[in-house]
Design a protein around this ligand. Sequence first.
Ligand code: CP
Ligand code: NVA
Length: 308
Amino acid sequence: MAEKRDFLRLGDLSLGEHRELRHRARVLKERRAHGVVDTSLAGKTLALIFEKPSTRTKLSFEAAITQLGGGAISIGGADSQMSRGETLADTARVVSRYADAIVFRTFGHDRLEELARAATAPVINGLSDQAHPVQLLADLMTVEEKLGKISGVAIAFVGDGTSNMAASWMEAAALFDFDLRIGAPAAYTPPTPMKSVTVAESAHDAVKGADVVVTDVWTSMGQEKESADRVRALRPYQVNRELLSFASKNAIVMHCLPAHRGEEITGDVVDGPQSVVLDEAENRLHAQKALLEHLLTQDAPKPARYPK
Ligand code: CP
Ligand code: NVA
């Protein structure tokens, strides 16, 4: 039987697989728009283990597997026996006996890797402190849908350059060959800028001429105690109409959501004509359907005959 595949970072799939997944996601989106019911994951079960809150990730994964004929089971960290000391490895081994794949949202990326090492089912990163790759699948699909291409576009990420979203955008820039400018204050610049990434302390410099302007919350889940300091330092990096006027005339505005209106982005920009945040959120559904099909049906053992 083929070895199970995890999706913890964007680089866990080849560029060819990424292209294939984006194509399949577009097809699935189109089919749903025409009322076609797909059952490619009939009989499959997806387990979701979430140690942090979620609206989009949890519901879009549940909707994805359900719409493809499978089912979802979920548990919050505090409700599981992990809150009473059961190890990640034991949890991983047990849940793998119930489910065909596991989506795990947690704090340290090392927890995700530990779960993935022990699980015999594929593990998908539903967001860790270091990365949010399933969000990027939808984001890249959205960029391609709106601008017709990914490679060569100029993307400005403004705000907390140390966030999981900034890290995943940086990984994406290195893999997909677009120009990423991070606009962030010195205390919030990424630790290790990568190929295709430039860092500017001025939000205006980062945004100037950009085709896409992206931001993320200033206080990520788990950082609530630092909130006042973050708001103070990041205030000049708010995505507002004035900042957006430096971008290319047809620039699109992206945000993985939830948005903290009045902090990292103003309400008029979130709701404005350049914002694609709702399409971006919708694309989570289509992109994750394609991912689930890919991880769950790859080289699936084909029985020689059906049991009687
Ligand atoms: N963008 C995103 O992952 O949203 P949730 O936290 O609601 O899942
Ligand atoms: N950086 C944010 C993303 C939320 C989807 C967080 O980790 O809270």
